[in-house]
Design a protein around this ligand. Sequence first.
Ligand code: BG6
Ligand code: MG
Length: 214
Amino acid sequence: MEFDAVIFDLDGVICSTDEYHYKAWKAMADGMGIPFDRTINNRLRGVSRMASLEIILEKYEGPALSDGDKQRLAEQKNDLYRESLHEMSTADLPAEVKETLDALRAMGLKLAIGSSSKNTPFILGQIGLGGWFDAVSDGNNITRSKPDPEVFVKAAEMLGMPADRCLVVEDAVSGAEAGHRGGMKVACVGDAAKNGAGDWNMESVRELTDIVKG
Ligand code: BG6
Ligand code: MG
């Protein structure tokens, strides 16, 4: 086997919360009169909540905002986002993802989450994966957001695996960079795959069962 562990990003890889993120940021930006579109949104993939806000505020032209103002804007976005998360259920875990996770586990691999999101525990619970992974490293246990490798390095530590035995799965260019900076190989889907950011750029996560075999 080429790898002993797989570390999955959550948003945009395990489930499609990325559209909920977009809609919540869009509502906040519209309320502030800030131009925001899907091109800018792609830069937010993998990036922490406050760092995402800073990217959106690059186009803000109003009076100066205090740290407190920024906290309130981020909270406003998160409240809207959490409303969408409450609608999520096990139906939001795609069959191809669940079947791939089960197949990788049956092959004896350790499986972890490496996500920038502080909402990770809630989302995993909603889609029926609470307590399922061998380790969960997320926005609650890191101080530096992707493309810093911290979240993946911590996931590997939790699993007790050296970096070069771990494969990272990402949909974000920033996340692929984080994996590489952590000394890991990266398999990409979605936006990151379109940008050729991975060592493998996949059409579907189903390809992982072959990739891990080498
Ligand atoms: C990442 C998303 O997984 O989590 C980003 O790709 C998001 O778009 C980040 O900003 C932080 O999420 P949260 O849930 O902590 O606001
Ligand atoms: Mg992602």
